[in-house]
Structures are given as structure tokens and as C-alpha cells.
Design a binder for this molecule. Structure first.
Ligand code: 4NP
Length: 155
């Protein structure tokens, strides 16, 4: 079993999109018993909430559901998950600041999975422009195919 945790700030836009897209591909390829997927946030504003409606609607328009309920990262996550996948550099700094010294997880920045163009961060769409959600989904679709290919070699 490989276990993957997407991480963003609020856990209502980017990491729920990553979770939903990877889950969709995992089911498509019949790997649900081999790959576990979840997402979490670094802030606690939205605990228990479903993904932001604008993010869900963009995903649904591509045939993908976002099942997440927002939660905050825990210390146990650093031992349970094989990969922790932050969406931007601020997430990476925050995670490094709370990461236990004997953590067993591997930090894999989401943008390292994007090869089609240069991209440093998955931009936070929450306060941003209208097509931000479309762009997040474009990145999730590309990066999650790449991630699944990587995981397939490890299971
Ligand atoms: P996310 O977006 O990190 O992609 O879930 C955000 C959602 C909410 C907030 C910040 C970022 N917020 O400050 O409430």
C-alpha cells in the first residue's frame, strides 16, 4: 500500500482537487486496494467543510468528484504517509517547520510533477481570479497522471 497526502493552506481548494483527481485515476486503473489518498490543510479555518463550491464545480465539469472534508495536518501524518505533497513554497516552509526529525514521509512538491511548463507554485485560487480554479485543475490532471505513473513503479 502506498499512501499519499496532498497539503495546502485551507484544505478546501488545491489539496482537495489533488486528492479527488488522484482518487479518480486510482479507481480508473483499478488500484484502490494499493494506493490510499487523503488531503489536509495547514490552517484550521475550514475544518469539517467540503471543498469550495467553485473548485468542486470545476472538477465536476471534468467528471471528477472531490470527496474531501477539511482537516488540519497532524504529527502522525509525518509517519503514516509515504508522500506528503505540498502545493506551494509557503506550504513547504510551514511543513519543514513542524516536521519531526525522525519523520518517515517524503516531501514531494506538487510542482516537481509538472513537466509541460515552468511552474514554481500551484497558485492559491481562493482569493484570486476567476480562472484560477480551471488552472488548478489543469495542473492537478497533469501532475496526478505523473504521480500515478511514479507510484505504479513502486507498488
Ligand atoms: P487552499 O485555498 O489552500 O487551496 O485550500 C485557501 C482556502 C482558504 C483560505 C486560504 C487558502 N483561507 O484563508 O480561508
Amino acid at each position: 500500500m502506498k499512501k499519499v497526502l496532498f497539503v495546502c493552506l485551507g484544505n478546501i481548494c488545491r489539496s482537495p482537487a489533488g486528492e479527488g483527481v488522484l482518487l479518480h485515476y486510482v479507481k480508473r486503473d483499478g488500484l484502490s486496494d494499493k494506493i490510499e489518498v487523503d488531503s489536509c490543510g495547514l490552517g484550521s479555518w475550514h475544518i469539517g467543510k467540503c471543498a469550495d463550491m467553485r473548485m468542486s464545480e470545476e472538477a465536476i465539469s471534468r467528471g471528477i468528484e472531490l470527496p474531501s472534508k477539511a482537516r488540519v495536518i497532524t504529527i502522525e501524518d509525518f509517519y503514516y504517509y509515504d508522500y506528503m505533497i505540498p502545493m506551494d513554497h509557503k506550504n513547504i516552509s510551514h511543513i519543514k517547520g513542524i516536521c519531526p526529525s525522525d519523520a518517515t514521509t517524503t516531501l514531494l512538491p506538487f510542482c516537481d510533477l509538472i513537466s509541460s511548463h515552468e511552474v514554481a507554485d500551484v497558485p492559491d485560487p481562493y482569493f484570486g481570479v476567476e480562472n484560477g480554479f480551471e488552472y488548478v485543475m489543469d495542473l492537478m490532471e497533469e501532475g496526478c497522471e505523473e504521480l500515478l505513473n511514479k507510484l505504479k513503479k513502486e507498488i
